[in-house]
Design a protein around this ligand. Structure first.
Ligand SMILES: C[S@@+](CC[C@H](N)C(=O)[O-])C[C@H]1O[C@@H](n2cnc3c(N)ncnc32)[C@H](O)[C@@H]1O
Length: 355
């Protein structure tokens, strides 16, 4: 398919100078292929040239013509959405484009600033054209919310679905972003915890979601993992993921409230408890203590925290919660920022040895 548009015609000997100058001025349309005849090259432009730009071109190139003609589209993918939208959005709008996005499988999840809401579908299409592995583009349409920690999304471009297959640290996870929690930003944390587990350990993953901690642990070591989630849809995906990753003999899913499941089925069973519910783990410290074997073990405790005393409050909360349950923290083994969660706020983790 040919595209009709404005272009700059220059004698062949000035072709490269013209290309560099048009690039500098942000006028060169890199989505179209340059054309030529016997003595001129025709550089496609993203728009008509302004009077000021015409003066610069005259000063630097001398003779040229501004004409209209047809161009073949370039088969090369644009390198960035900035390049792709260079001819469509204003410089102010270009400055607001998101610099990155979360990729969950073949779904791109973008944060669109309010000022670009009217252009959001254009941005979505641009992401599809630039990133060949992306088939669906969604925009965040709210905060992670509710007991199930799920977010709403708006569909921007590509196939109309929210399910995908995500690969992480040699495991695969089927997820439906519209009905379960999943964040690709926890990839390092999932692997960090999985590396610590010793063969034969019993792990209780209190808030397992679709299983990224549980399954990665079972994939790297011969441990037994009890994985609980209150979101029934997440547990259905967890079951599929256990099967997909061939860890059916090591990961045991439970659907329901962690408090009730520990009370009924997992009391005093664990060498290690994972508490990845950063907005609410504080009210489950007693549950973690009840899940822990009498001789103790390790808790991975997650919380949101702000600068400057980023770990103090979480450690205090954990010590008080553990002592209120007739246990003791023998040692804080590790603390780290996991990921930024809001401006000047972090999701953090504290690993503690409990007796
Ligand atoms: C932040 S997500 C973490 C999921 C998973 N661990 C991960 O790393 O992707 C927290 C999960 O806790 C679950 N949840 C919330 N309250 C719960 C409760 N009382 N008992 C069990 N699961 C709960 C939510 O459904 C959600 O899947």
């Amino acid at each position: 398919m040919m595209c009709q548009g404005p272009c700059l015609a220059v004698p062949k000997k000035k072709g490269q100078d013209a290309k560099l100058l048009l690039s500098d001025l942000g006028l060169l349309d890199k989505r179209l292929l340059v054309a030529s005849d016997s003595d001129r090259v025709f550089w496609p432009l993203v728009r008509d040239v302004s009077e000021d730009e015409r003066l610069v071109l005259e000063d630097r190139l001398g003779s040229f013509q501004l004409v209209y003609r047809e161009f073949k589209p370039s088969k090369k993918r644009p390198k960035s959405i900035l390049e792709e939208l260079g001819g469509t959005l204003s410089p102010e709008q270009l400055a607001l484009l998101p610099h990155s996005f979360d990729a969950v499988g073949d779904i791109a999840v973008l944060e669109i600033p309010d000022e670009l809401l009217d252009q959001r579908f254009l941005v979505g299409e641009a992401v599809l054209r630039v990133h060949k592995n992306i088939r669906v583009v969604l925009a965040k349409a709210g905060k992670v919310d509710g007991v199930n920690r799920v977010r709403r999304f708006t569909h921007l471009a590509g196939e109309k679905r929210t399910t995908t297959l995500h690969r992480e640290n040699d495991c695969v996870f089927r997820v439906d972003l519209a009905s379960v929690y999943f964040s690709p930003r926890l990839v390092t944390e999932h692997a960090r915890v999985a590396r610590q587990i010793r063969p034969g350990e019993i792990v209780v993953d209190l808030f397992a979601g679709v299983g990224p901690f549980s399954i990665q642990i079972a994939k790297v070591v011969d441990a037994r993992v009890y994985s609980i989630d209150i979101n029934e849809v997440a547990v259905e995906f967890l079951k599929q993921n256990i099967h997909l990753n061939k860890v059916d003999d090591r990961v045991f899913p439970f659907s329901g409230d962690a408090r009730q499941i520990v009370k009924d089925k997992l009391y005093s069973s664990a060498d290690r408890v994972i508490m990845n519910l950063p907005g609410g783990a504080e009210s489950f410290i007693d549950v973690a203590c009840h899940a822990m074997k009498a001789e103790g073990g390790i808790i991975h405790y997650y919380q949101f925290a702000s600068e400057p005393d980023i770990f103090d409050e979480a450690i205090d909360t954990l010590i008080r919660g553990v002592e209120a349950n007739s246990r003791k923290i023998v040692k804080i083994l590790h603390r780290r920022k996991v990921r930024p969660s809001a401006p000047r706020e972090w999701q953090i983790v504290v690993d503690a040895q409990i007796r």
